[in-house]
Design a protein around this ligand. Structure first.
Ligand code: NDP
Length: 336
């Protein structure tokens, strides 16, 4: 089979579309013929070898949709021919706070990632593909969907009437966050860096939009919510935005964060944390049960896939460049 492999760290040019051995399942594994996969930021962290080195040679990829072609001798939950999506966390079923995950395609050394024609994953990591999305749409969902769902539903306990500010609102996490927040009848303020991105945000439900390249985010937020502040700030850019996120949260509000795209050393005026009792909450991924809840919302039509482009898998380097250069409006999907 062919896969997108890198043997040294670097830019997108280190990725090669080449022959690798076919996977064969262990007793509790399945092999999935990948119909589509997606580009995620951890593909980029892995390829850069920073902030954390990944084993070389390496096949990235944390999202896949496809059809099961082989099952291990002890597998009972799925059968050959099933159409599935893959949850990227080990353990898939761990369900306690502070769960440490290995992420498929990034720091799960026993498994190659999703950027190949076939993949081997534990059978407990697959779920049925929602019937109302095609393979490309399905592949764009799992990682960002489960992360955004857990942040808003299980960490922030979103409820009708909340005001949610979504940074990077046209990015992978952002487009999920907007739709989840609207499903819970919250008011959404979407922040992005271009009018084109904000058009998309409005189309998928954002009530207010702020162009962070041309507008003063803090001032615009004040115009929208007055002095009350934001109930839930959906954080992930990190260093560039964290200080402001904490300032914009209401008294007792929450900043829920899962990333640091712009850097790790966010500066916070701690008085907002203790004096105004703003809660700063971390979140990573979510269990397969959280993913199933979110996929049920997809099946019910509340959440739709948002795809920037579909590229051949061999051109995954270009897909990563689009994400890295902050050009994507929604997800970049790769097909073999
Ligand atoms: P995308 O690249 O799809 O979107 C990121 C968005 O961040 C962009 O659309 C961009 O929006 C915004 N952004 C980038 N730089 C800045 C900045 N300096 N200030 C404000 N906004 C900025 O990535 P994802 O949504 O998939 O992931 C976002 C981050 O979350 C990544 O760091 C990723 O590694 C992390 N992540 C963590 C997970 C976890 O479980 N912990 C799971 C998934 C993702 P614009 O420029 O338009 O404002």
């Amino acid at each position: 089979m062919k896969a997108l492999v890198f043997e040294k760290y670097g830019g997108p040019e280190v990725l090669e579309w080449k022959d690798v051995p076919d996977p064969s399942p262990g007793a509790n594994d399945v092999v999935v013929q990948v119909k589509a996969t997606a580009v995620n930021y951890n593909d980029i962290w892995g390829r850069r070898g920073a902030p954390q080195e990944v084993p070389l040679p390496h096949i990235s990829g944390s999202d896949a949709s496809g059809v099961i072609t082989q099952i291990g001798s002890d597998v009972t939950n799925v059968k050959i021919g099933d159409e599935v999506v893959v949850h990227c966390g080990r353990p898939a079923r761990g369900n306690r706070e502070g769960q440490q995950y290995n992420i498929w395609g990034y720091d799960w050394p026993e498994l190659d990632g999703a950027h190949g024609e076939y993949v081997k994953v534990p059978s407990e990591n697959v779920l049925p593909k929602p019937s109302n999305v095609n393979f490309e749409e399905a592949a764009s969902l799992p990682l960002v969907l489960v992360t955004a769902w857990r942040k808003l539903v299980h960490k922030a306990h979103i409820k009708p009437g909340d005001t949610v500010l979504v940074w990077g609102a046209a990015g992978g996490l952002g487009v999920m966050a907007i739709q989840i927040a609207k499903m819970f009848r919250a008011t959404v303020i979407a922040v992005a860096s271009s009018d084109e991105k904000l058009e998309l945000c409005k189309k998928i439900g954002a009530d207010h939009v702020i162009n962070r390249s041309t507008q003063d985010v803090r001032k615009e937020v004040r115009n929208i919510v007055g002095r009350k502040g934001i109930d839930i700030v959906f954080e992930h850019p990190g260093q560039a935005t964290m200080g402001l996120s904490v300032q914009m949260a209401k008294w007792g509000g929450m900043v829920v964060t899962s990333g640091a795209t712009s850097g790790y050393e966010g500066q916070i005026d701690l008085r907002h944390i203790f004096f105004r009792e703003v809660q700063l909450v971390g979140s990573t991924l979510g269990t397969i049960f959280h993913l199933q809840e979110a996929l049920d919302a997809v099946e019910a039509g509340h959440i739709k896939a948002v795809i920037h482009s579909v590229l051949p898998m061999k051109d995954g380097g270009e897909g990563q460049r689009i994400v890295e250069d902050d050009e994507a409006v929604g997800k970049v999907v790769l097909v073999p």
